[in-house]
Design a protein around this ligand. Structure first.
Ligand code: HEM
Ligand code: HEM
Ligand SMILES: [Fe+2]
Length: 456
């Protein structure tokens, strides 16, 4: 860690992990409900659990991105954060809004629009919170000593993500128009501007971990940004097939979304090539695993499994089934959860001075959580394909089909248990790092050099 203010990242990371743990609990409640054991129904019916599970996912990932940014931007801009106090205010208010939303969902205070369930009054607090963040980071960049491509792409990704929250806040009476604009938020986030955030964090980590020249790495970043926008913007059309939007979206959405995997493929190749080019072995082996892992798994979950149902001929049958959940889990995990784990794993030794970067607990955490998530994806795939066949091809009733596919959720629960063991090990490792220390300012290079590495 080069600057004292980077320490705030720790508290964002710790909060993100708490929210992730809560998200997992609601995942299990839904998994058991799918198996026919819906004992919690009176407290948290399926729709509530689902809203909590997915909104917590978005909030913890954003918290992770904020933490990552507070860690990365001071280094990229070569100065302390504009205001550490504002960063803490942002964290506390974000948590208050998040907890209020989750509690509200249990009392039916929600909007019923998948992933954007947060009620309108709370949306304004979200906007204020993110503006605070953008201001703090923007001032740091503006007053910085240098502008790097990585820093600018990260900032622009976050700034555009904030702007794209707004279309979801307009009131419409018409269901189709409402859905149309809901996708401007959901799709243009995960298949647009969040990819810039991911690409920038990936570039930063590759610069630090492989020692390859910044110029080479940042050239790749341009390619990723280009491919993302080329395919992702019109790719939104793959959500307009059957919601009442005009028919030409079938062709536009089909063609452009089919090109979206290219951006994720570029990310995977980027990671692998840079890894092979690295001249020195960075001692933080586990951070390298999460980094390359994220580049590769995002291609599998988003690129490959996204492509699997993006053509209108396929989506006609799979839309809104557990096939979507199959893709939703591995894409969010590979692209966004893993990149947050990567930056946390890289930053923790530098903030705390403890070298838990090649230990058994951390390695098992990586492998078990990933094996678990791949197995969960498999369980959703089996249940989803059975659902599509029985419900859409044979025309059985929705609930009759849900009964038929209950056994597949035993597989999901087992896989999710493996995943959760991995996450628990990560939490223990995180706890073992201890708190960030002021003495670590300017000592990061020494810590790494002591293990035979010379940095950027
Ligand atoms: C990291 C990137 C991605 C993430 C996190 C992600 C996540 C998701 C999620 C959560 C949904 C369900 C959304 C909802 O119904 O409200 C979804 C739907 C969908 N995704 Fe992705 N996705 C990503 C990338 C992609 C890519 C690259 C493609 C295509 C090549 C794709 C194709 C689709 C399609 C076709 C649907 C609609 C499924 C349906 O009709 O039910 N996704 N995605
Ligand atoms: C122990 C872990 C978990 C379990 C048991 C679990 C289970 C579930 C279940 C049962 C659903 C509802 C599917 C339906 O609509 O019928 C769901 C939805 C979802 N979960 Fe999880 N989950 C877990 C962890 C995660 C993690 C770590 C992520 C992200 C990285 C995630 C992302 C999602 C998403 C995006 C959806 C919405 C999918 C869609 O729109 O179709 N889950 N989860
Ligand atoms: Fe999409």
């Amino acid at each position: 860690m080069k600057f004292k203010s980077q320490k705030v990242a720790y508290w964002f990371f710790a909060s993100a992990l708490v929210l992730l743990s809560l998200q997992i609990i609601y995942g299990f409640i839904m998994g058991f409900a799918h198996m026919g054991y819906d004992g919690w129904h009176a407290v948290t019916p399926f729709n509530t659990s689902r809203a909590v599970h997915t909104n917590l996912l978005v909030v913890w990932l954003l918290t992770g991105f904020f933490g990552a940014t507070y860690f990365i931007i001071p280094e990229e801009a070569d100065r302390e954060l504009f205001s550490v106090k504002l960063a803490y205010i942002q964290l506390v208010t974000l948590m208050i809004v998040g907890v209020t939303a989750v509690v509200g969902f249990h009392f039916n205070w929600w909007e019923g629009r998948k992933i954007l369930e947060i009620p309108r009054p709370l949306d304004f607090f979200v906007v204020a919170n993110v503006l605070l963040f953008i201001f703090n980071i923007g001032m740091t960049v503006l007053k910085g000593k240098r502008f790097t491509t990585t820093g600018i792409v990260l900032f622009m990704g976050l700034f555009s993500a904030a702007l794209l929250y707004l279309p979801g806040m307009i009131d419409f009476d018409n269901q189709t128009i409402d859905s149309y604009f809901r996708w401007w938020v959901v799709h243009l986030w995960v298949e647009g501007v969040w990819e810039l955030i991911m690409g920038a964090i990936l570039a930063y980590l590759l610069i630090k971990l492989t020692g390859v020249d910044r110029e080479v790495i940042e050239k790749w970043l341009y390619v990723i940004v280009g491919l993302t926008f080329l395919s992702g913007i019109l790719g939104t059309g793959h959500h307009y097939y059957y919601i009442g939007a005009p028919k030409y979206w079938l062709a536009i959405g089909g063609i452009f979304s089919a090109m979206e995997p290219l951006a994720f493929l570029a990310m995977a190749l980027f990671g692998l090539f840079m890894y092979r080019r690295s001249e020195r072995n960075h001692p933080n082996v586990i951070a390298m695993l999460w980094t390359i892992g994220s580049a590769v798994m995002s291609f599998v979950g988003a690129g490959f499994l996204g492509f699997a149902h993006t053509l209108p001929q396929v989506n006609l049958w799979t839309h809104g089934t557990l096939v979507t959940a199959m893709h939703g889990h591995l894409s969010f995990w590979g692209a966004y959860a893993m990149i947050v784990f990567a930056i946390m794993t890289y930053a923790m030794p530098l903030m705390t001075g403890r070298k838990l970067w090649n230990n058994r607990m951390g390695l098992y955490a990586f492998w078990l959580s990933n094996l678990g998530m791949v197995a969960m994806t498999g369980a959703f795939a089996v249940a989803g394909i059975a659902q599509v066949y029985l419900e859409r091809r044979l025309g059985l009733d929705f609930l009759a089909v849900q009964k038929e596919i209950e056994p597949h959720f035993l597989g999901l629960i087992l896989a999710a248990t493996l995943f959760s063991v991995g996450i628990t090990m990560y939490l223990i490792n995180f706890y073992n790092f201890g708190l960030p220390k002021d003495e670590m300012v300017g000592k990061g290079d020494k810590l790494e050099a002591a293990s035979g590495f010379s940095g950027e």
